[in-house]
Design a protein around this ligand. Structure first.
Ligand SMILES: [Zn+2]
Length: 276
């Protein structure tokens, strides 16, 4: 069983908190380019293909980085234009935002964008029908649903396998690729990305991946460039948010490297080819 490696490609200041305005930090410095070089090197060293969900504004600011992702054989997918929460947009705003990002990324990458992941997992129950808009845009898959319940996001009873979802009584042609969860104390819990990846010990993550694989499911890893770079600038956040955002960033790159050595990984588009 080959697992799926994904990255959400954004700057250190792309976060969805009411008093943080990402536009205010744009163009004012970051370690993004060196983070991306390190990330691509890591994939190359471990012979892993990955899916990079890139913001449209990153495609504008760093076209050379997007070109390098493609040249290294990875998939470029969309993470929306400017990291807006999908559930705070109308369906029309959402569709226009995703379309704008696809246009930018396809222009820069010179390849078709096949997938989308919403900022902060912001496809939830009440805007689940937005998946239909992604189908209208010609996308092949969505990877925005996290089958957990948190204060910020999640559809706790969503299917945990790759499937074609039903919206308004009709089965869509696009695939939903839900984030991996494991069962902990009777509840679904993330383990293989972001805060969960930094929080849980490596042995627990490896065990959960082996369990997923034994059940016939690829595990999906997701991380952000800033999560692999302890020297990046940090947002000033309240305690809880700062803990979630920055816990154990130091050592995280080596943790990922050891996982890439332990399991085979590929991109979502590559995996979906094996399903059809
Ligand atoms: Zn994001």
């Amino acid at each position: 069983m080959v697992n799926l490696l994904t990255f959400d490609i954004e700057e250190w200041y792309h976060a969805n908190y009411d008093d943080i305005d990402p536009a205010a930090y744009r163009g004012k410095g970051s370690r993004f380019v060196r983070q991306m070089e390190a990330l691509l090197q890591l994939c190359n060293d471990n012979h892993c293909r990955a899916t990079f969900f890139v913001l449209g504004c990153i495609g504008e600011d760093y076209p050379d980085v997007v070109k390098k992702i493609v040249a290294a054989g990875h998939d470029v997918a969309s993470h929306g234009y400017g990291h807006q929460l999908a559930y705070r947009q109308t369906r029309e705003e959402f569709k226009a935002d995703v379309r704008r990002s696809i246009d930018i990324l396809e222009q820069v990458a010179g390849q078709r964008v096949l997938g989308y992941r919403a900022p902060s997992w912001s496809i939830i129950e009440r805007n689940f029908h937005y998946l239909e808009a992604l189908e209208e845009l010609g996308l092949q898959y969505d990877a925005s649903v996290f089958p957990v319940k948190t204060f910020l996001y999640g559809i706790p009873d969503a299917p945990t396998v790759i499937h074609r979802p039903t919206v308004n009584g009709r089965q869509l042609s696009l695939y939903e690729v839900p984030m991996s969860v494991t069962s902990l104390l009777g509840r679904n819990m993330g383990y293989s990305g972001g805060f969960y990846f930094r929080f849980f010990p490596a042995w627990l993550i490896r065990r959960a991946i082996r369990q997923a694989n034994a059940a016939g499911k690829p595990a999906i890893v997701y991380l952000h460039p800033r999560e692999l770079d302890p020297e990046e600038q940090r947002l000033s956040l309240p305690c809880k948010e700062a803990f979630i955002h920055y816990y154990h960033v130091a050592g995280n790159k080596e943790k990922l490297a050891s996982l890439l050595r332990a399991f085979p990984f590929t991109s979502i588009a590559e995996h979906l080819k094996s399903l059809s």
